[in-house]
Design a protein. Structure first.
Length: 86
């Protein structure tokens, strides 16, 4: 995953592991960069290249540390610059 750790499967503790989903081989053909996992801080996504939308995302949310990813005045969401959608 690189230097950005992303999703932690034992975020809830070792007694409650959460496995990461996988796409079937036929569905992964329509995924961006053959189902590349994009890692962000505390979450991961796999993108659909045709729909330009996430197939799925997994995240860790600590309500004590929530960050805002939307400008509440304009309603504009910040886009991850690592995702190459044209």
């Amino acid at each position: 995953m690189g230097s950005n750790e992303g999703f932690d499967p034992i975020f809830l503790g070792e007694e409650f592991p959460i496995s990461f989903p996988c796409l079937r081989e036929d569905i992964s053909q329509t995924a961006l960069e053959r189902a590349k996992i994009y890692a962000f801080t505390h979450f991961l996504i796999v993108m659909n290249k045709e729909r330009k939308f996430a197939f799925y995302g997994v995240n860790n949310t600590d309500v004590e540390k929530i960050y805002s990813w939307i400008d509440v005045i304009t309603g504009t969401w910040m886009r991850g610059l690592r995702i190459k959608i044209r």
